[in-house]
Design a protein around this ligand. Structure first.
Ligand code: XMP
Length: 315
C-alpha cells in the first residue's frame, strides 16, 4: 500500500540532500507541479522559486487562484505575466501545430529568463512515471506536440530534480490530499491553454469568449455533478469555432460565432467517450452562453465524438 506520509517524509529528506542552492520550478496549477513545488518548498524553503507563467491563455480567475493557493501552501512564487508577448507572436497564426510550437518555445524562453534572474542552479520538475515511460517508446505517431510545464528543456545548465518520477497519478493525488493541496481532483488542462480551444486566430476577442464559455461549462457541470444529476466527466470545457451563422436577437438579425461544448469520460486521456450530459444541463449551458455573449455567440452545439476518431481538445 502506498503511504503518502512516508513518501513525503522520505522525499523531503532526499530533497534536502539533493538541493544545495537555489532552485526553480515551473508551476501550472495542475496537481503534479503543485505537489512537486510543495515538497521542494518543505525541503529548502525560500531557496525554491516557483514560477507561474501567465501566457494570457489561462482559465478565468486562474492566475489569482494559483497565486492564492501557493501563498496558502507557503510556497515562495513569482507570477510572470507575459500575455502581450504571446498574443503578438500568435497574430495571424491558425495552424494548430504552429500555435503549439510558438507557445511552447516562448514558454521555455520566459522560464529560462526567470531562472537566470534568480541565479538558480537546480530545476525541480513534476514529472511522473507515465511521462517518461510514454516518451521513451517513440513508436506512436505525433498527433499533437504536447507542451508541458513538466517538460522543460534539459539543456538549461541546471541540475534536474524529479521527486515524483517513480509514482503514478493516483499516488500523486494521495500525496496532494495528504499535503492539503486543493487541486488533487482537478480536471486536466492543456499546456498551451485556451489557445488550443480557439479554432482560427487567437485574438483577444476570441480568447475572452472561450474563457467565459469554459467557465460557464465548468460551473454548470460541477453544479449538476455535485447535485448527483450526472456523473462528473473526466474533462469538460468549451471550444470556439471560427464559423459564423445567422441567428436572431430580439427581432433583429444576428450573425455570430459557434461554441462547442466538449465533455468526456476517460481514464488516462488516451481514449475517451463523450459524456451523456442530461439535456436540462445542456440547455442551461446553452442559455447562459447565449445570454452572456449573445452579441457574439448565437449557436451552441454539443460534440458527440469519441476519441478515437476525435481527440479530446479540438486542436
Ligand atoms: P487530446 O486532445 O490529445 O488530449 O486528446 C489528451 C489530454 O491531454 C491534454 N492536452 C495536453 N496536456 N500539454 C498538456 O499538458 C498539452 O500540450 C496538451 N494538449 C492536450 C488534453 O487536455 C487532454 O486531457
Amino acid at each position: 500500500m502506498f503511504d503518502p506520509e512516508k513518501f513525503v517524509d522520505e522525499k523531503v529528506n532526499e530533497l534536502k540532500e539533493q538541493i544545495q542552492d537555489k532552485a526553480v520550478i515551473g508551476v501550472s496549477g495542475g496537481v503534479d507541479s503543485t505537489v512537486a513545488a510543495v515538497l521542494a518548498s518543505r525541503a529548502i524553503g525560500d531557496q525554491l522559486v516557483a514560477v507561474y507563467v501567465d501566457t494570457g491563455f489561462m482559465r478565468k480567475g486562474e492566475t489569482e487562484f494559483v497565486g492564492d493557493m501557493l501563498d496558502k501552501l507557503g510556497v515562495n512564487f513569482r507570477i510572470y505575466k507575459a500575455g502581450d508577448e504571446y498574443f503578438e507572436a500568435l497574430s495571424g497564426i491558425i495552424e494548430p501545430e504552429e500555435k503549439r510550437r510558438i507557445i511552447g518555445e516562448k514558454f521555455i524562453r520566459n522560464f529560462e529568463a526567470v531562472a537566470k534572474e534568480e541565479k538558480a542552479r537546480y530545476l525541480v520538475q513534476g514529472t511522473i512515471a507515465p511521462d517518461w515511460i510514454e516518451s521513451g517508446g517513440g513508436l506512436r505517431d505525433t498527433i499533437k506536440s504536447h507542451h508541458n510545464v513538466g517538460a522543460l528543456p534539459k539543456d538549461m545548465d541546471l541540475t534536474l530534480i524529479e521527486p515524483l518520477r517513480d509514482i503514478y497519478k493516483d499516488e500523486v493525488r494521495k500525496v496532494a490530499r495528504f499535503l492539503g493541496v486543493p487541486v488533487a481532483e482537478r480536471q486536466p488542462f492543456p499546456g498551451p491553454g485556451l489557445a488550443v480551444r480557439i479554432l482560427g486566430e487567437c485574438t483577444h476577442e476570441a480568447t475572452d469568449i472561450v474563457r467565459e464559455a469554459c467557465a460557464i461549462v465548468e460551473e454548470e457541470i460541477d453544479s449538476a455533478s455535485d447535485k448527483g444529476d450526472m456523473e462528473r466527466p473526466w474533462q469538460y470545457f468549451a471550444a470556439l469555432l471560427p464559423v459564423k451563422s445567422v441567428g436572431v436577437q430580439g427581432d433583429v438579425r444576428a450573425y455570430g460565432y459557434t461554441i462547442v461544448v466538449r465533455a468526456v469520460q476517460s481514464i488516462d486521456g488516451m481514449t475517451a467517450a463523450y459524456s451523456k450530459i442530461p439535456h436540462h444541463v445542456l440547455q442551461r449551458i446553452s442559455e447562459r452562453i447565449t445570454n452572456t455573449m449573445g452579441d457574439r455567440v448565437n449557436r451552441v452545439v454539443y460534440d458527440i465524438t469519441n476519441k478515437p476518431p476525435g481527440t479530446i481538445e479540438w486542436e
